[in-house]
Every structure is written in C-alpha cells, then in structure tokens.
Design a protein around this ligand. Structure first.
Ligand code: GTP
Ligand code: MG
Length: 387
C-alpha cells in the first residue's frame, strides 16, 4: 500500500503519503530532530491542552454525607471511588455493592448527582434546549476507516453515544472494532481523537496481529497502536459487569476515548437459556447497556457494542426487521447499525436513529481493516448509497 513507509524511525511514525494530503496538526511534535518538539499534553478528554476542557473532578465518595468507612470500603471494592463513579451507576448496582435496599442506594446516587450538578459537571433536571444544544456541540467523531461508513454516521462514530453494530457471523463487526482501535488514536485531522481504547473482549476474538496489520497498512506505527489498546477479557457476564464497574477509573486515568464491547450480548445469551431466564437476562443486559450509555455521556467517550443476530434476531433494542418500536433500551443518543454480507462487500444500514436518515453504505474488509470498495477508494470518496 504505502511502499516507501519509514518504519520504526520514531515511536509516533506518521503516514507519509496521506490520501487527504493534509499534514497532521501535530506533525511538528513527531519529528525527533525538530528543536521545537514538545510532548503533547492531553486532558482527561484526550484533547490537546490547547483545546482542553475542564478536567473531570476526582472527589471521593466520602464527600457525601452518610457514607461511612464501611460503606466506602464496600463501594470501593466495586470500583466506585469517586462521585462521578457513583453518579453513573444505577441504584440497583449500588444496592448490590452495599448489600443495602434500593431506597438507600438511590439516595446516595442522587446525592452524588446533586453534588455534581452543583459543581456544574451534570445538567440540572430541567434544562433549556440551548444547554442541550451546547452539550451536543462537544460531541466529537471518530472515523471508522471507511468514508462510506463515516457518511452513514454523519461524519464518524460519535462520543457521548453507544453505537450498536449488529449482524450475522462474519459480517465484519469485529473488524470494524479493530479498525476503530487504530483510528481513534490518530490526530483529529486524521479522523481520530488522539486517545486510547478499552476493548472488552467477550468472545476471545481480539487479535493484536490484526491491529498491527491495520496500523502498518494505514501507515501508522504498529507498536504505538498496540500500546493504545487496553484489553479486558470478560470470562462471563458477571465478570463483564465487574469490568464495566471499573471502566470509569480506567477511562479517566488512561486517556480513553473509545470503549469497545465485542460482543456485549454473547455471555448473556449463553448463560441465560430458556424462557424462564429471559426476564433476568433482559434486566441484566438493560443495566449493562444503561451503564454504558452513562459512561459515554459522562466521560465524553464513544462506545461501540456488537451483537450477533442469527435467523431469530435478538438485539438490545428490539427486532431489527422492524425500524421502530419494541425497544428494550430506549435512549436518544444510541445508534444501531445493521451489517450484512453482500457478495464480497458488506452493507451497513442505519436503523432507528433519532436523526440519521435510514440508508445503507457499502464497505469491504481487507488489510486496512474496513475500507471503501476499491473503485470508490481511489477517487470520489464518501458516497453512501441512499435507499
Ligand atoms: P461474529 O463475531 O462471528 O459474529 O462475526 P463478525 O461480524 O465479528 O465478523 P468478523 O468481523 O470477524 O469478520 C470476519 C470476516 O472478516 C472474515 O470472513 C474475513 O472476510 C474478514 N477478515 C477477518 N480477519 C481478516 C484479516 O486478517 N484480513 C482480511 N483481509 N480479512 C479478514
Ligand atoms: Mg466478531
């Protein structure tokens, strides 16, 4: 692909031959011989210091009246260390952690929330639309690696949202996740957010070799790409939930801008078999998904969740053959994309988005991870097929 690529010259080797023809905005930082070179400092959102936002507060839960040492220890054991951790948890999770009733847990969650509202980290309960509009303006996007798919997503994968990719085996869900792992680490001018990724792997399908291949083919240093991916293998649904409980602190401490859960539903499907267990399964999955949504909003990160569907569709949000209704989890900032095979190509369809038009985009799987079909990748970029 990029034959004259200089590998291993610098830990942050950049693409020489960018197809966009743009210089990276931080290229000066990357040349080891550049006398003006300074390390790039990033805030908790992964932004460079120049465009940094207010850092997220790290006030401990002991700030809340009524949390004594015993309760604190129990919550800490569950990875709930700060006000923010507490505020993003559901009262049911907190009740489980404390071994208390739901009312007490709700009270604590509300207190954490109120405190954060007071400190202007959370919105008031009644918010003018202008405020919501302002918050939506802080949404950032990660390129998927395919211009067609980016177009379908109105510019790329959004932060502050959970995007679900669902489809049958081999449709490319895992490949999308791997490509995003590389893309999110690039600078903003290259479609990334200069941030790291947490990859929650429930099916043992994460392959570092694939990250290496995608990074190399795209002209990025594979070692840097690997360093930016933090992998958490979830062995069962409870472990998956435990990982999620600790996600907040990981996101804060490691400049994480993307969280991948591949697959979000596999353990639940395997563990809760039969009609009798369906409601518990849905309840647990609901809780898990809500927690992901809150994490995405609070930390301004993008979340990708995959879900395999077979002949009997089983998505988080209802029957994928129906565009509306039957939602198990309803949230306005969540997008669903149905991926299917079509000969050698793959087709992605936006389903049920509050504002994206329902249409399809064609992409392929190759050494770049996911990519535009060869005829389109050359010249006119970014066409999605309207339906
Ligand atoms: P399930 O997890 O089984 O539901 O499938 P999935 O949707 O995650 O499928 P996945 O993303 O794993 O896609 C599998 C397809 O990707 C394979 O059939 C290959 O066509 C392609 N693929 C996987 N690995 C590679 C690779 O290393 N190179 C290339 N060129 N293609 C690959
Ligand atoms: Mg997969």
């Amino acid at each position: 692909m990029i034959s004259s690529r200089r590998r291993n010259e610098h830990p942050l080797l950049v693409k020489e031959n960018t197809d966009k023809g743009n210089k990276r905005d931080n290229e000066a930082h990357l040349d080891p011989d550049d006398p003006s070179r300074v390390p790039i400092k990033r805030d908790g959102y992964g932004n460079k210091e120049s465009d940094a936002k207010e850092p997220i507060v790290d006030l401990g839960i002991e700030e809340i009246e009524g949390i004594g040492p015993t309760t604190k220890a129990k919550l800490n054991d569950m990875g709930i260390m700060t006000l923010m951790d507490l505020a993003v948890k559901s009262p049911a999770e907190v009740a489980d952690a404390m071994g208390s009733d739901l009312a007490r847990a709700s009270e604590l969650c509300n207190k954490a929330r109120s405190k954060l509202v007071e400190m202007k980290y959370f919105d008031e309960d009644f918010v003018p639309a202008t405020e919501i509009y302002k918050k939506r303006k802080t949404i950032e996007r990660i390129s998927t690696g395919s211009h067609n798919l980016d177009d379908l997503l109105a510019g790329g994968l959004e932060t502050q949202a959970v995007t679900e990719f669902y489809g049958e085996f081999g449709s490319g869900k895992t490949q999308i996740c791997h490509t995003l792992c590389v893309m999110v680490q690039q600078s903003k001018s290259e479609g990334g957010l200069a941030g790291n990724v947490v990859y929650i792997d429930t099916e043992n399908t994460f392959r570092p070799e694939r990250i290496v291949e995608i990074a190399e083919t795209r002209g990025y240093d594979p070692n840097v790409a690997l360093e930016g991916v933090i992998v958490a293998k979830a062995f069962n649904s409870s472990h998956q939930e435990l990982i999620l409980a600790e996600l907040g602190s990981q996101v804060r401490s490691s400049n994480v801008r993307l969280v991948v859960v591949d697959s979000a539903v596999a353990h639940y499907r395997a563990e809760f078999l039969g009609r009798g267990t369906l409601s518990e399964r849905q309840q647990r999955l609901n809780r898990f998904m809500h927690s992901l949504v809150r994490t995405s909003e609070v930390f301004n990160v993008a979340v990708v969740a995959t879900n395999q569907v077979q002949s009997s569709p089983d998505t988080f949000f209802g029957d994928p053959t129906k565009a509306t209704g039957g939602h198990v989890v309803a949230h306005t900032s969540t997008y669903r994309i149905y991926v299917r095979k079509s000969g050698k190509n793959r087709v992605a369809r936006m389903v049920d988005s509050p504002y994206h038009p329902e249409r399809e985009a064609i992409f392929v799987l190759n050494e770049r991870g996911i990519d535009d079909p060869p005829d389109e990748a050359q010249g006119s970029r970014g066409r999605a097929t309207g339906v």
